[in-house]
Design a protein around this ligand. Structure first.
Ligand code: ZN
Ligand code: ZN
Length: 350
C-alpha cells in the first residue's frame, strides 16, 4: 500500500510504499476513505511540542519512528477481518478509535485506552489515515458510521471526543451558566456544537482572529470576543456578569491559560486541551483564597466515541465546516492549517 508519510520532520510529506499484512487474531483491516487533518498532525509534521520555559519535546522522545503516515481522524471500509474479529461485516464503513494503548494494563482493560502510559496511537506511533489502510487490534475500536456524512464522522475520532471529554469535566452546569471557550478553530467550534447538542445555552467563544466570529455564532455561541483587543478579562466578565465556573482552553498557550485561570470563580475549573505551548505562573496563595481546579484533558475513551457518534446520529450535533481535499494534497492541507486559514476541518478523501 502507499502512504503519505513524514519522512523528515518539517519537510514535505512523501508518497512511499509499505507492505500490507494479513490481520491476525481479533485484528481488523480497513481501507481508508476519509482522514481529517488535525492541528496535532501539524506538530507531528514539525516534530516537536513547545513545553514552556524554552523546552521542546521532540516526537522522537515519544517513540515516534519515521517514516510514518499521520492522520488519527479516520473513516474506512472494512477490507479484512482476523479469524477472531466478531460482530463486523466486510465492506462496513466505520470510524476508527485511534487512541490505542498497550491493551494489557489496568487502564486499557478499564476502557480508558487514551490514558495508557504506553500509548500506541494510530497516526502517531503506527501509520494513520494518510495511508491507504489502517488496522485496529479489536472490533471494539470501531464504530459504524450509520447515516452520518463520513467526512464529518472522521472528525469525531479526535475533535469530537476531545471536546466531549473536556466538556464532561466542567459538567454539571445549568444550561444558562456560561462556559468560556478559548479558540474558535476546529476544536473550539466543535465544542460550541457539542454544548448546543447537550442543550447548553451560554457559550462565550474567544479567539484572536475576528474572522472566526461568524462560524462560532452560527454554530450557537452566545457571544464572540476578539482576544486581540485590550481588556480581555473585563470584556468577557461584562458578558458573563462576573467570574465563571467553567473555562475550556483549546489553545492552551501561556496567553490564554493565564486569562482562563483569572476568569474563574471559587471552585471554578479550567480544562486545558490544546498544545499551543508555554507556561503559566501560579500564585500559590491565590489557590487558597480563591480555590480553583486546573485539569488537563487528552482525547477521550472508546465509550466517548460511541456517545458522540450516537449524538451525531440523533441529528442534534451540527457538523463543523468541512473542507474536502484529495489525499494527494496532504501537504497543501498542512500548510493551510499552519497559516491559520482553515475554519473548521480539512478532511482528505481517498
Ligand atoms: Zn487530533
Ligand atoms: Zn495500557
Amino acid at each position: 500500500m502507499s502512504i503519505w508519510a513524514v519522512v523528515e520532520h518539517g519537510q514535505a510529506l512523501q508518497a512511499i510504499e509499505r507492505a500490507s499484512r494479513e490481520p491476525l487474531g481479533s485484528e481488523v483491516l480497513l481501507d481508508v476513505t476519509h482522514a481529517g487533518v488535525c492541528h496535532s498532525d501539524l506538530h507531528f509534521w514539525k516534530g516537536y511540542y513547545d513545553m514552556g520555559g524554552g523546552k521542546l519535546m521532540k516526537l522522537a522522545e515519544r517513540g515516534v519512528v519515521l517514516p510514518r503516515a499521520p492522520g488519527h481522524e479516520v473513516v474506512g471500509r472494512i477490507s479484512k477481518l482476523g479469524p477472531q474479529a466478531q460482530g463486523l461485516e466486510l465492506g462496513q464503513l466505520c470510524i476508527v478509535y485511534p487512541w490505542l494503548g498497550c491493551g494489557q494494563c489496568d487502564v486499557c482493560r478499564s476502557g480508558q485506552d487514551n490514558l495508557c502510559m504506553k500509548p500506541n496511537a494510530i497516526g502517531v506511533l503506527q501509520d494513520g489515515g494518510f495511508g491507504q489502510q489502517v488496522s485496529v487490534p479489536h472490533p471494539r475500536f470501531l464504530v459504524d458510521v450509520g447515516a452520518i456524512d463520513p467526512a464529518f464522522a472522521a472528525t469525531l475520532a479526535c475533535s469530537g471526543i476531545t471536546v466531549y471529554s473536556a466538556i464532561k469535566k466542567v459538567m454539571p452546569l445549568r444550561p444558562d451558566e456560561p462556559v468560556v471557550l478559548f479558540g474558535a478553530g476546529g476544536l473550539g467550534l466543535a465544542a460550541i456544537s457539542m454544548l448546543k447538542a447537550m442543550d447548553h445555552r451560554q457559550m462565550v467563544s474567544v479567539d484572536a482572529n475576528p474572522a472566526k466570529a461568524e462560524a462560532a455564532l452560527q454554530l450557537g455561541a452566545s457571544h464572540f470576543v476578539d482576544s486581540s483587543q485590550p481588556d480581555l478579562i473585563g470584556r468577557i466578565q461584562a458578558l458573563t456578569q462576573g467570574p465563571v465556573k467553567a473555562v475550556v482552553d483549546f489553545v492552551n498557550h501561556s496567553s490564554t491559560a493565564a486569562v482562563g485561570l483569572e476568569l474563574l470563580q471559587k471552585n471554578g475549573k479550567l480544562v486545558l486541551v490544546g498544545v499551543g505551548g508555554g507556561e503559566i505562573v501560579l500564585s500559590l496563595a491565590s489557590m487558597i483564597f480563591r480555590p480553583r481546579t486546573v485539569q488537563g484533558s487528552v482525547t477521550g475513551a472508546p465509550s466517548d466515541l460511541r456517545d458522540v457518534v450516537a449524538l451525531a446520529q440523533s441529528g442534534k450535533l451540527r457538523p463543523i465546516p468541512i473542507t474536502r481535499m484529495p489525499k494527494a494534497q496532504a501537504n497543501q492541507a498542512l500548510h493551510l492549517i499552519e497559516e491559520g486559514r482553515v475554519s473548521g476541518r480539512i478532511v482528505l478523501e481517498s
